[in-house]
Design a protein around this ligand. Structure first.
Ligand code: PGA
Length: 251
């Protein structure tokens, strides 16, 4: 199946403006001929400048790490999807485990964000994944199923071509502990089955599924060689151009 392959870098709360610009310039230059789509999810304040750095590209894309769940109004300090759209953002991350944990983002709020992103014509990278205790209880697939059911599976099938799902086991994020290729494949296959059951086989086969959680140059190739792993969402290793490029070139 010729699914779109994506390697996305999630910079989180790292890089000053100048540092971010430099990293984006390096990646934009080096990733020109990448065999997958490359996405950079920078802090909000970098986005406008990064749009200029990237220019018009069929390979390199721009993502926000978050958006607000209301369209506009008295929400001091927040950023709306329309604002992101107005500066040319391509993708928005929704449901990252850090936002679920530190900002109390629940299923309902995430569903609202997904709706706003898609209504604006942007694409969503929807993050899901279980904490360690849930995996220890062998309830990881049920956990992810609920996350998708509550925040994503209300969409129409026709909207699903702008949805990317990133599976990120919470116990593997920023810990140096990676899911084994078999663990990643088990979950990705299960997620594809969930999409098939909610929509259709064609929809499931066309949906890009990313793995995230301590993905680095040394393990990317093995993870990406799994049949249902279509790329990665990379945190720490996306902050150095050489490491990120090595991951991109592993696909
Ligand atoms: P990590 O983060 O690669 O640093 O583990 C991944 C993520 O949170 O998207």
């Amino acid at each position: 199946m010729n699914r779109t392959k994506i390697v996305a870098g999630n910079w989180k709360m790292n890089k000053t403006f100048d540092e971010g610009l430099e990293l984006a310039q390096q990646i934009t230059n080096k990733a020109k001929n990448a065999s997958c789509k490359v996405v950079m999810a920078s802090p909000y304040i970098h986005l406008h400048a990064l749009r200029q750095v990237i220019g018009k590209s069929d390979t390199v894309f721009l993502a926000a790490q978050n958006c607000h769940h209301e369209t506009k109004g008295a929400y001091t300090g927040e950023i709306s999807v329309e604002m992101l759209k107005s500066i040319g953002v391509d993708y928005v991350l929704v449901g990252h485990s850090e936002r679920r944990a530190y900002n109390q983002e629940d299923h309902k709020m995430l569903a609202k964000k997904v709706n706003l992103v898609l209504q604006a014509g942007l694409k969503v990278i929807f993050c899901c994944g279980e904490p360690l205790t849930v995996r220890q209880d062998n309830a990881h697939i049920q956990h992810v199923k609920r996350q998708l059911r509550e925040s994503l599976f209300h969409l129409y099938e026709s909207e699903f071509d702008r949805v990317v799902i990133a599976y990120e086991p919470v116990w593997a994020i920023g810990t140096g502990e990676t899911a084994s290729p078999e663990q990643a494949q088990e979950m990705h296959k299960a997620i594809r089955r969930m999409v098939e059951n909610s929509y259709s086989e064609a929809c499931a086969q066309a949906t890009t599924l990313l793995y995230g959680g301590s993905c680095k140059p040394s393990n990317a190739k093995e993870l990406f060689s799994q049949p249902d792993v279509d790329g990665g969402l990379i945190g720490g290793a996306s902050l150095k151009a050489d490491d990120f490029m090595a991951i991109i070139n592993s696909i």
